[in-house]
Write a protein that binds this ligand. Structure first.
Ligand code: LLP
Length: 421
């Protein structure tokens, strides 16, 4: 499903050999494939064909301006979760009527900015938020289009830190209380009820939780319509998982997901909105890194590479696994040995994988962490005074730096020492 392949024994991003990018931009660096982004968007678009729909790319997965432009050119909408994301989506040229605003803690300032700039809908997650949104809109002489995010109490069967649809999670309004809250919303002059929203979690590798949640949403929609509300949109959230171990696992495809959507909510005549992030961006990116040393420890060997937990935090944070492959394909039958792949940061948590059977590599060899296009660069930091990892976009045989690596001077000069100190 991606465009990172070996050609003549060298890993390429589309038509560009990765060693060329490493030589020009340095490492570590994220490398994205424009064709892969487009393909993933199209898979969802085809999966929902025949139903009125809008794919609102969850930019939290990868919010680079170039990625947003690419998605916007395809006609995608965007799911934003902060005033900053809203501003960036607008800066990328996304029209307000294609932006949905999610998140449990929107401030009044963020609501105002989105109402001023134009917004498709707010996905409201609590009663205090609903009341505040109503007040802000009235003060501006507007009505805020709103869907209530309901919590369907469904187990997404994913990592605990990224499950959102159980009653113990902070997200949404319990579905059992939804009718009462919609009645309240309908009475507010600043609120225009447009739909219902749900998002149960991320990296789901099984369709059953989606099916359970969407069925509950369909029942709720019928009940709300019987109560007299106009429900014309259903926002089904994101969450479809991707294979992180090439070839070993095969999560359901967008096509299968589309069938679940059709089966559960397809007959309601609503416009379907979905908010995929990971499936669009994940396998559209790799993190390119260089081996610093191979260190022989007692009973185990460490491959110390120049990427670290500050560049790709997912393994440290969620025990996530990313396939790590050599950029130069080893000869058939070449020696392999187990190694721990680690970064230079001064924490044991800065470990990408333990005891991984890999071709024997040494100083200066290039490796690629696969499936790193989503929740990679966006979660990077400058911990240990390591420059924020740069990003490169490839399309065909062209590539461009879409975020440059800051210099030490730029990093140092961001800090200010007060005169009186
Ligand atoms: N919509 C809402 C309201 C969300 O909270 C999320 C993700 C999405 C859509 C997109 O979900 P996706 O299609 O990407 O699964 N940093 C974590 C993932 C956090 C996901 C948060 N919400 C990771 O690296 O696994």
């Amino acid at each position: 499903m991606d465009h990172f392949d070996y050609r003549n024994g060298v890993l390429h991003a589309e038509d560009v050999p990765l060693p060329e990018i490493a030589a020009t931009v340095g490492t570590p660096v994220y490398v994205y494939s424009a064709a892969t982004f487009r393909r993933h968007y199209q898979l969802f678009d085809e999966a929902l064909a025949g139903m009125d729909h809008l794919i609102c790319y969850a930019m939290k997965a990868n919010g680079n301006l170039a990625v947003l432009k690419l998605m916007n050119d395809l006609g995608a909408g965007v799911d934003v979760v902060s005033g900053g994301e809203y501003a960036k989506a607008r800066a990328a040229g996304v029209p307000g009527e294609r932006i949905v605003f999610s998140g449990v803690g929107k401030t009044r300032d963020e609501m105002r900015a989105a109402l001023e700039g134009g917004i498709r809908q707010f996905n409201v997650e609590s009663e205090p938020e609903l009341l505040a949104l109503g007040e802000v809109a009235v003060a501006m002489g507007l009505r805020a289009p709103m869907a209530l995010r309901v919590n369907p109490d469904v187990d997404a069967r994913t990592h605990a830190k990224i499950a959102t649809g159980k009653s113990e999670n902070k997200f949404g309004i319990p579905i059992s209380r939804a009718r009462e809250v919609y009645a309240r919303a309908a009475a507010l002059p600043g609120i225009e009820v447009v739909g219902v929203d749900v998002h149960i979690g991320s990296q789901l590798t099984d369709l059953a939780p989606f099916e359970a949640a969407f069925e509950k949403l369909a029942d709720l929609t019928r009940a709300l319509r019987a109560d007299g509300h106009v429900i014309s949109r259903l926002d089904l959230g994101g969450g479809l998982g991707i294979p992180y171990d090439q070839g070993n696992s095969m999560p359901p495809q967008p096509h299968d997901y589309g069938e679940v959507v059709r089966r559960t909510v397809g007959d309601l005549g609503c416009e379907i909105e979905i908010e995929p992030g990971r499936l669009i961006a994940g396998n559209a990116g790799i993190l390119l890194s260089r081996v610093i040393w191979l260190k022989h420890g007692e009973g185990r060997d460490f491959l110390i590479v120049d990427a670290a937990m500050n560049d790709l935090v997912r393994p440290a944070m969620y025990e996530a696994y990313h396939d790590i492959v050599p950029v130069v394909q080893p000869a058939p039958g070449a020696a392999r040995a187990p190694v721990d792949v680690v970064g230079p940061v001064c924490e044991t948590g800065d470990t990408f994988v333990r005891g991984c059977e890999m071709p024997v590599l040494g100083s200066d060899d290039l490796i690629a962490f696969r499936s790193a296009g989503a929740y990679g660069a966006v979660m990077a930091s400058e911990y240990n005074m390591r420059p924020l990892v740069p990003e490169v976009m490839v399309s065909g045989d062209q590539f461009a730096v879409i975020r440059a690596r800051p210099s030490f001077d730029e990093m140092i000069n961001r800090d200010k020492v007060p005169e009186w100190l």
